[in-house]
Design a protein around this ligand. Structure first.
Ligand code: YH5
Length: 270
Protein backbone atom coordinates (compact mmCIF):
# COMPACT_ATOMS: atom_id res chain seq x y z
CA UNK A 1 0.00 0.00 0.00
CA UNK A 2 1.43 3.37 -1.06
CA UNK A 3 0.71 6.49 1.01
CA UNK A 4 -0.77 9.47 -0.83
CA UNK A 5 -1.12 12.63 1.26
CA UNK A 6 -3.76 15.08 0.09
CA UNK A 7 -2.97 17.55 2.87
CA UNK A 8 -1.92 21.21 2.54
CA UNK A 9 1.69 20.55 3.58
CA UNK A 10 1.93 18.51 0.38
CA UNK A 11 0.06 21.14 -1.70
CA UNK A 12 2.34 23.02 -4.06
CA UNK A 13 2.22 26.82 -4.53
CA UNK A 14 -0.04 26.58 -7.57
CA UNK A 15 -3.09 25.84 -5.42
CA UNK A 16 -5.53 22.96 -5.48
CA UNK A 17 -5.34 22.11 -9.18
CA UNK A 18 -1.54 21.93 -9.28
CA UNK A 19 -1.59 19.99 -6.01
CA UNK A 20 -4.06 17.50 -7.48
CA UNK A 21 -1.92 17.04 -10.61
CA UNK A 22 1.17 16.43 -8.45
CA UNK A 23 -0.69 13.96 -6.24
CA UNK A 24 -2.08 12.14 -9.29
CA UNK A 25 1.44 11.83 -10.78
CA UNK A 26 2.68 10.50 -7.43
CA UNK A 27 -0.12 7.90 -7.32
CA UNK A 28 0.68 6.71 -10.84
CA UNK A 29 4.40 6.53 -9.97
CA UNK A 30 3.66 4.40 -6.88
CA UNK A 31 1.51 2.02 -8.95
CA UNK A 32 4.31 1.76 -11.54
CA UNK A 33 6.71 1.05 -8.65
CA UNK A 34 4.63 -1.92 -7.47
CA UNK A 35 1.88 -0.63 -5.18
CA UNK A 36 -1.32 -2.75 -5.21
CA UNK A 37 -3.29 -0.21 -3.18
CA UNK A 38 -3.10 3.60 -2.97
CA UNK A 39 -4.16 5.01 0.42
CA UNK A 40 -5.49 8.57 0.10
CA UNK A 41 -5.72 10.76 3.20
CA UNK A 42 -6.93 14.36 3.53
CA UNK A 43 -6.61 14.81 7.29
CA UNK A 44 -3.15 14.71 8.83
CA UNK A 45 -3.21 12.24 11.72
CA UNK A 46 0.39 12.94 12.64
CA UNK A 47 1.03 13.55 16.34
CA UNK A 48 -0.10 17.09 17.23
CA UNK A 49 -2.14 17.61 14.06
CA UNK A 50 -5.41 19.53 14.32
CA UNK A 51 -8.71 18.08 13.02
CA UNK A 52 -9.92 19.10 9.52
CA UNK A 53 -13.60 19.94 8.73
CA UNK A 54 -15.38 17.25 6.69
CA UNK A 55 -16.07 19.49 3.68
CA UNK A 56 -12.38 20.40 3.42
CA UNK A 57 -11.36 16.73 3.75
CA UNK A 58 -13.80 15.82 0.95
CA UNK A 59 -12.54 18.67 -1.27
CA UNK A 60 -8.98 17.36 -0.85
CA UNK A 61 -9.71 13.67 -1.48
CA UNK A 62 -12.80 13.00 -3.64
CA UNK A 63 -11.67 14.80 -6.84
CA UNK A 64 -8.23 13.21 -6.48
CA UNK A 65 -9.73 9.72 -6.11
CA UNK A 66 -11.88 10.38 -9.20
CA UNK A 67 -8.79 11.48 -11.18
CA UNK A 68 -6.76 8.40 -10.16
CA UNK A 69 -9.73 6.11 -10.81
CA UNK A 70 -10.10 7.25 -14.42
CA UNK A 71 -6.42 6.48 -15.12
CA UNK A 72 -5.74 3.15 -13.34
CA UNK A 73 -7.31 -0.07 -12.10
CA UNK A 74 -5.38 0.07 -8.81
CA UNK A 75 -7.35 -0.44 -5.62
CA UNK A 76 -7.91 2.84 -3.75
CA UNK A 77 -8.43 3.19 0.00
CA UNK A 78 -9.63 6.27 1.87
CA UNK A 79 -7.81 7.11 5.13
CA UNK A 80 -10.49 8.86 7.18
CA UNK A 81 -12.31 8.71 10.49
CA UNK A 82 -15.44 10.42 9.08
CA UNK A 83 -18.42 8.51 7.57
CA UNK A 84 -19.32 11.44 5.27
CA UNK A 85 -15.78 11.51 3.86
CA UNK A 86 -15.79 7.73 3.32
CA UNK A 87 -19.13 7.96 1.50
CA UNK A 88 -17.80 10.70 -0.82
CA UNK A 89 -14.62 8.69 -1.43
CA UNK A 90 -16.57 5.55 -2.34
CA UNK A 91 -18.80 7.59 -4.70
CA UNK A 92 -15.56 8.79 -6.37
CA UNK A 93 -14.13 5.27 -6.71
CA UNK A 94 -12.48 4.17 -3.45
CA UNK A 95 -13.24 0.58 -2.41
CA UNK A 96 -11.55 0.21 1.01
CA UNK A 97 -12.13 2.27 4.17
CA UNK A 98 -8.94 2.68 6.22
CA UNK A 99 -10.03 4.03 9.61
CA UNK A 100 -7.48 4.96 12.29
CA UNK A 101 -10.47 5.28 14.66
CA UNK A 102 -11.65 1.72 13.86
CA UNK A 103 -15.24 2.81 13.04
CA UNK A 104 -15.85 4.35 16.50
CA UNK A 105 -17.22 7.67 15.14
CA UNK A 106 -20.99 8.18 15.25
CA UNK A 107 -22.56 6.48 12.20
CA UNK A 108 -19.32 4.85 11.01
CA UNK A 109 -20.38 1.20 11.41
CA UNK A 110 -23.68 1.90 9.64
CA UNK A 111 -21.96 3.78 6.81
CA UNK A 112 -19.41 0.98 6.30
CA UNK A 113 -22.23 -1.59 6.23
CA UNK A 114 -24.19 0.59 3.82
CA UNK A 115 -21.17 0.83 1.50
CA UNK A 116 -20.40 -2.90 1.83
CA UNK A 117 -16.90 -1.68 2.60
CA UNK A 118 -13.81 -3.77 3.24
CA UNK A 119 -12.36 -2.04 6.33
CA UNK A 120 -9.03 -1.57 8.09
CA UNK A 121 -9.51 -1.24 11.85
CA UNK A 122 -6.60 0.46 13.63
CA UNK A 123 -5.79 0.84 17.32
CA UNK A 124 -5.18 4.37 18.61
CA UNK A 125 -4.96 5.54 22.22
CA UNK A 126 -6.47 9.03 22.48
CA UNK A 127 -6.73 11.33 19.45
CA UNK A 128 -4.08 12.61 17.03
CA UNK A 129 -3.71 16.08 18.61
CA UNK A 130 -2.76 14.76 22.06
CA UNK A 131 -2.03 11.04 21.71
CA UNK A 132 1.75 11.25 22.19
CA UNK A 133 1.52 13.36 25.39
CA UNK A 134 1.62 10.44 27.85
CA UNK A 135 0.80 7.02 26.33
CA UNK A 136 0.04 4.62 29.18
CA UNK A 137 -0.73 0.89 29.25
CA UNK A 138 -0.53 -1.84 31.88
CA UNK A 139 0.01 -4.42 29.11
CA UNK A 140 0.16 -2.81 25.65
CA UNK A 141 -0.04 -6.07 23.68
CA UNK A 142 -3.00 -7.47 25.63
CA UNK A 143 -4.84 -4.12 25.49
CA UNK A 144 -4.33 -3.62 21.74
CA UNK A 145 -5.47 -7.21 21.04
CA UNK A 146 -8.57 -6.79 23.24
CA UNK A 147 -9.43 -3.51 21.49
CA UNK A 148 -9.02 -5.01 18.02
CA UNK A 149 -11.08 -8.09 18.98
CA UNK A 150 -13.88 -5.81 20.23
CA UNK A 151 -13.83 -3.68 17.04
CA UNK A 152 -13.79 -6.80 14.82
CA UNK A 153 -16.84 -8.08 16.74
CA UNK A 154 -18.60 -4.72 16.31
CA UNK A 155 -17.82 -4.71 12.58
CA UNK A 156 -19.08 -8.29 12.22
CA UNK A 157 -22.25 -7.44 14.12
CA UNK A 158 -22.84 -4.60 11.64
CA UNK A 159 -22.57 -7.12 8.79
CA UNK A 160 -19.02 -6.41 7.59
CA UNK A 161 -16.97 -9.38 6.39
CA UNK A 162 -13.70 -8.07 4.89
CA UNK A 163 -11.77 -6.84 7.92
CA UNK A 164 -8.06 -6.10 8.47
CA UNK A 165 -6.57 -5.22 11.87
CA UNK A 166 -3.69 -2.81 12.55
CA UNK A 167 -1.82 -2.21 15.84
CA UNK A 168 -1.45 1.50 14.98
CA UNK A 169 2.30 2.04 15.24
CA UNK A 170 2.95 5.56 16.64
CA UNK A 171 -0.69 6.25 17.57
CA UNK A 172 -0.50 6.86 21.33
CA UNK A 173 2.59 4.69 21.87
CA UNK A 174 6.12 5.13 23.20
CA UNK A 175 9.09 3.46 21.49
CA UNK A 176 8.86 0.60 24.02
CA UNK A 177 5.14 0.15 23.24
CA UNK A 178 5.82 0.13 19.48
CA UNK A 179 8.62 -2.43 19.83
CA UNK A 180 6.51 -4.70 22.05
CA UNK A 181 3.70 -4.61 19.47
CA UNK A 182 6.05 -5.34 16.57
CA UNK A 183 7.49 -8.28 18.51
CA UNK A 184 3.92 -9.52 19.10
CA UNK A 185 2.64 -9.26 15.50
CA UNK A 186 2.26 -13.07 15.12
CA UNK A 187 0.21 -13.16 18.34
CA UNK A 188 -1.96 -10.22 17.18
CA UNK A 189 -2.69 -12.04 13.91
CA UNK A 190 -3.42 -15.33 15.71
CA UNK A 191 -5.64 -13.84 18.42
CA UNK A 192 -7.70 -11.58 16.13
CA UNK A 193 -7.93 -14.20 13.36
CA UNK A 194 -7.69 -11.42 10.76
CA UNK A 195 -5.16 -10.31 8.16
CA UNK A 196 -2.95 -7.49 9.47
CA UNK A 197 -1.90 -4.15 8.01
CA UNK A 198 1.37 -2.71 9.31
CA UNK A 199 2.28 0.97 8.96
CA UNK A 200 5.57 2.29 10.34
CA UNK A 201 7.03 3.98 7.26
CA UNK A 202 9.05 7.12 8.16
CA UNK A 203 7.53 7.24 11.65
CA UNK A 204 9.32 8.80 14.60
CA UNK A 205 10.08 5.48 16.33
CA UNK A 206 12.88 5.23 13.75
CA UNK A 207 14.33 8.56 14.93
CA UNK A 208 14.11 7.36 18.54
CA UNK A 209 16.30 4.39 17.56
CA UNK A 210 18.60 6.41 15.24
CA UNK A 211 19.08 10.00 16.43
CA UNK A 212 20.54 10.88 13.01
CA UNK A 213 17.09 10.30 11.45
CA UNK A 214 15.43 13.53 12.62
CA UNK A 215 14.31 14.29 9.08
CA UNK A 216 11.51 11.85 7.99
CA UNK A 217 13.29 11.57 4.61
CA UNK A 218 16.30 10.10 6.46
CA UNK A 219 14.24 7.10 7.69
CA UNK A 220 14.28 4.83 4.62
CA UNK A 221 16.64 2.23 6.12
CA UNK A 222 14.54 1.92 9.26
CA UNK A 223 11.32 1.82 7.23
CA UNK A 224 12.67 -1.08 5.13
CA UNK A 225 13.84 -2.98 8.23
CA UNK A 226 10.37 -2.61 9.75
CA UNK A 227 8.56 -3.64 6.54
CA UNK A 228 10.71 -6.80 6.29
CA UNK A 229 10.13 -7.62 9.97
CA UNK A 230 6.37 -7.20 9.47
CA UNK A 231 6.42 -9.45 6.40
CA UNK A 232 8.36 -12.11 8.34
CA UNK A 233 5.74 -11.90 11.10
CA UNK A 234 2.96 -12.55 8.59
CA UNK A 235 1.60 -9.07 7.81
CA UNK A 236 -0.76 -9.05 4.82
CA UNK A 237 -0.31 -5.39 3.83
CA UNK A 238 2.53 -2.93 4.51
CA UNK A 239 1.65 0.78 4.26
CA UNK A 240 4.69 2.69 2.97
CA UNK A 241 5.89 5.93 1.39
CA UNK A 242 8.84 4.43 -0.52
CA UNK A 243 7.07 1.90 -2.73
CA UNK A 244 9.89 1.15 -5.19
CA UNK A 245 12.45 0.45 -2.44
CA UNK A 246 10.01 -1.55 -0.29
CA UNK A 247 8.85 -3.69 -3.23
CA UNK A 248 12.51 -4.45 -4.00
CA UNK A 249 13.29 -5.39 -0.38
CA UNK A 250 10.23 -7.67 -0.26
CA UNK A 251 11.15 -9.27 -3.61
CA UNK A 252 14.68 -10.06 -2.35
CA UNK A 253 13.20 -11.49 0.86
CA UNK A 254 10.83 -13.68 -1.20
CA UNK A 255 13.71 -14.97 -3.35
CA UNK A 256 15.74 -15.84 -0.25
CA UNK A 257 12.75 -17.62 1.30
CA UNK A 258 12.22 -19.60 -1.93
CA UNK A 259 15.90 -20.66 -1.94
CA UNK A 260 15.62 -21.72 1.70
CA UNK A 261 12.49 -23.76 0.93
CA UNK A 262 14.32 -25.52 -1.94
CA UNK A 263 17.34 -26.39 0.19
CA UNK A 264 15.07 -27.61 3.04
CA UNK A 265 13.35 -30.07 0.69
CA UNK A 266 16.59 -31.56 -0.71
CA UNK A 267 17.83 -34.97 0.54
CA UNK A 268 20.46 -34.80 3.30
CA UNK A 269 19.37 -31.32 4.36
CA UNK A 270 18.24 -32.92 7.62
C1 YH5 B 1 -1.16 3.41 10.00
O1 YH5 B 1 -0.15 3.09 10.63
N1 YH5 B 1 -0.71 5.90 9.64
S1 YH5 B 1 -1.09 8.51 8.91
C2 YH5 B 1 4.03 10.42 11.24
C3 YH5 B 1 5.20 10.36 10.50
C4 YH5 B 1 5.23 9.67 9.30
C5 YH5 B 1 4.09 9.04 8.85
C6 YH5 B 1 7.07 11.72 10.09
N2 YH5 B 1 -2.61 6.30 8.54
C7 YH5 B 1 -1.41 4.74 9.53
O2 YH5 B 1 1.71 7.78 8.10
N3 YH5 B 1 -3.50 4.04 8.56
C8 YH5 B 1 -1.47 6.83 9.05
O3 YH5 B 1 6.32 10.98 10.99
C9 YH5 B 1 -2.57 4.99 8.84
N4 YH5 B 1 -2.11 2.49 9.71
C10 YH5 B 1 -3.25 2.79 9.01
N5 YH5 B 1 -4.13 1.82 8.78
C11 YH5 B 1 0.42 8.71 9.86
C12 YH5 B 1 1.67 8.48 9.09
C13 YH5 B 1 2.90 9.14 9.59
C14 YH5 B 1 2.90 9.82 10.79
Amino acid sequence: MGVLNATPDSFSDGGRFAAREAALAHALAMIEAGADIIDIGGESTRPGADPVPADEEIARTAPLIEAIRTRTDAVLSIDTMKPVVARAAFAAGATIWNDVAALREEGALAAAADLGAPVILMHMQGEPRTMQANPTYADVVAEVIAFLQARVRAAEAAGLTQIWVDPGIGFGKTLAHNLALIDALPRIIAETGRPLLFGASRKSLIAKIDPRAGDPMARLGGSLALALAAADAGADIVRVHDVRETAQALAVRAALNAAAARSDSRPSSA
